[in-house]
Design a protein around this ligand. Sequence first.
Ligand code: PMV
Length: 360
Amino acid sequence: MSDLNSFIFKNSPKWLDNYTAHWSAPSNIALVKYWGKQDPQIPKNPSVSFTLDKCRTHTKVYFQKQPHPQESFLFEISFDGIPKPEFKPKVQSFLNRIKDYVPYLMHYSLYIETSNTFPHSSGIASSASAMGALAACIMDLEVQLDPLQTPSYTTQKTSFLARLGSGSAARSIQGPIVGWGQHAKTPSSSDLFGVKIENTHPVFSRFCDSVLLVDKGQKAVSSTLGHNLMQGHPFASTRFEQARGHYGQLIDILKNGDIESFVQLVEKEALSLHAMMLTSEPQYVLMQPNTLHIIQSVWEYRKKTGRQVAFTLDAGANVHLLYPNDIKELVQSFIENDLSSFCQNGAYIHDQVGTGIKKM
Ligand code: PMV
């Protein structure tokens, strides 16, 4: 059930006059990175991520039935209780993209209230959790209108819709480990939605992720622009091949629990992602001096202690440190004693892998 047509709502809805949906969705951190796409939000290579637990967006949507179907979407949005008209264009383009799949939405006005559990302007990308939570609220309404829908279809379509808001959001619906993008190694995988990676080694279902906040500012180059710069990039096809290879290797590692290989692969992915930025036209650098200080310190720490801590980066200067739960106390004191000085105002967030969206 992975063709576009299967995601179009075709049943006759059991209309409700008012409905309030309240969901939270987590952020995720990619292990194999998605970088480069084609319309409509189809990834150039498959990716895999850890779903996070504490870094989440909470969203409440008040749906109000309108006497007649609307020509264009009627909606308002607030963030932390404050109206945010500046968020409307992003939501508007998301709603336009999903419109054909959720035709019933034209019969409702939407009042969207949203907030994040992580500090505003922490430099943590919130688009995955934000689009995940909004998609979950819309699908909650859909289930009310079509109560016979199966839970597995609902989950798949939630990821499908979230993907149309932000590619990586496709991976924030389930957990603890999700793949997005077709790859022979995961027979159920699809370019259209994320799928849970099954039968992984238990060490990975309790993995920790500490986010070291190196730079809380806005990114100099958005990820939308970054994805576009992969078109015509001199290393694009090599990079997509590399990522496809890494996907296959990582699936084996996730099943056999080989942490040393995990560390090597995850770091290679992070540096390859940033290598694409360094060699784009125009070229740009999102890492900062403290990003590199942290990377060096992690390498020294690993060499000195033999403890398997890996760094990874998303499209920004912040560093995610990934490590098994059984060395949590040791690694967290390393962060406090040796790495927090490289963080803006000493700030970091200890998170861990989680299970995906939650109804509130
Ligand atoms: O979902 P987007 O368009 O914000 O892109 C996310 C890109 C990376 O975070 C760098 C990699 C990934 O796979 O999440």
